[in-house]
Design a protein around this ligand. Structure first.
Ligand code: GYE
Length: 331
């Protein structure tokens, strides 16, 4: 723990103990033992994000030796920059940053580096000229996720004898400029290039939320219902889109109608997939907490952690899912 922060923390603890009239004197070295981590989280826009926050909170708990300072940026990069600067001022031991977009981090990361505070980036990536500005990154292979989705679609169209038919794809994107969006979009567009009969009829930005997904898809489908595939860059937007299709009496899912592809595979989406509403759930694993803790302990022991750390993930279709499988999932 950095010196300035140690003093503030010790003072706060004293005040708290005095305020509560506690009679237990602070044990010597008590405040020294916790590793202080500042975590700048994007927000709480999706089930995935909530599971991600919970995973960090569970892994960086006091019982595990950490004091976590969590900041929710409510979808604003500006708030994230402020939070990281506050962590630096407080002299935290480590910073964990889940960046909303890839660009714009250079100066704040330089400031952290100058103060000698290691930064672990999780989930989306940062685009910086010097890779030494952060210690490690933990996250998913978003391009692989997109490739899983398009290969499944190719196969599905082949099996149903539609491989040469014109295929209209409605593409619902997440927050623009973040790695998950960039890679999931790029994987789809590359496949569209390869298939002369595939067309992206529109790209709508749903900001990863159910409400926005519903709004943009409803508005679009009111004008144009001629779509074969809905490619949604997360579950929450897929739920919004399904709500819009229900309202407009458009059929979708495993029994026929619009083919729905979604990313994340959080529990509620898997349930919708098992019920035949979502055809394919491509998993994106939000459980970064244990890996963050592991990397910090490595650094505490003077070991330089691996720079790129991918989490495991798979994909699910209606036939693959059982209640038991869903019940046993962690998110
Ligand atoms: O898919 C979405 C979220 O960056 C992988 O962000 C993440 C995405 C995830 O809020 O649900």
């Amino acid at each position: 723990m950095k010196h300035g922060f140690k003093i503030i923390f010790a003072l706060m603890l004293c005040l708290l103990l005095l305020g509560c009239g506690a009679d237990r004197p602070m044990e010597e070295g008590e405040e020294n033992d916790l590793i202080v981590v500042g975590f700048s989280q994007i927000g709480a826009e999706s089930n995935w994000r909530v599971a991600n926050t919970e995973s960090i909170q569970a892994a960086l708990s006091e019982e595990n030796g950490f004091m976590l300072i969590l900041d929710n940026a409510r979808q604003q990069q500006e708030n994230q920059l402020k939070a990281v600067r506050t962590f630096i001022q407080q002299g935290v031991d480590y910073i964990v940053l889940a960046p909303i977009v890839e660009s714009g981090w250079e100066s704040v990361l330089e400031e952290a580096k100058r103060e000698g505070i290691p930064v672990i980036i999780i989930d989306r990536r940062v685009e910086v000229s010097n890779q030494g500005l952060f210690t490690a990154w933990i996250g998913a292979n978003f391009r692989q996720e997109a490739e899983t989705a398009v290969s499944w679609l190719e196969e599905e169209l082949l099996l149903s004898g539609r491989e040469d038919e014109p295929i209209n794809i409605l593409h619902v994107q997440g927050t623009l400029g973040g790695t998950a969006q960039i890679e999931r979009s790029a994987g789809l567009l590359e496949a569209v290039e390869r298939h002369s009969n595939w067309t992206v009829t529109a790209q709508l930005v749903g900001e990863y939320t159910q409400a926005k997904g519903y709004e943009v898809v409803l508005e679009y489908l009111r004008q144009n219902r001629d779509i074969d595939v809905l490619y949604c860059e997360n579950d929450d937007m897929a739920f919004g889109a399904m709500q819009a299709m229900d309202e407009l009496n458009i059929e979708y899912g495993a029994d026929g109608g619009v083919i729905v592809i979604s990313f994340d595979a959080a529990r509620t989406a898997l349930e919708a997939c098992m019920a035949g509403k979502i055809n394919l759930c491509v998993e994106c694993n939000p459980l970064h907490g244990p890996k963050v803790a592991e990397l910090i302990w490595q650094m505490e022991e003077g070991v330089l952690p691996r720079k790129e750390n991918f989490v495991d993930e798979g994909s699910f279709t209606t036939e693959m899912l059982t209640e038991e499988l869903i019940a046993n999932r962690a998110y």
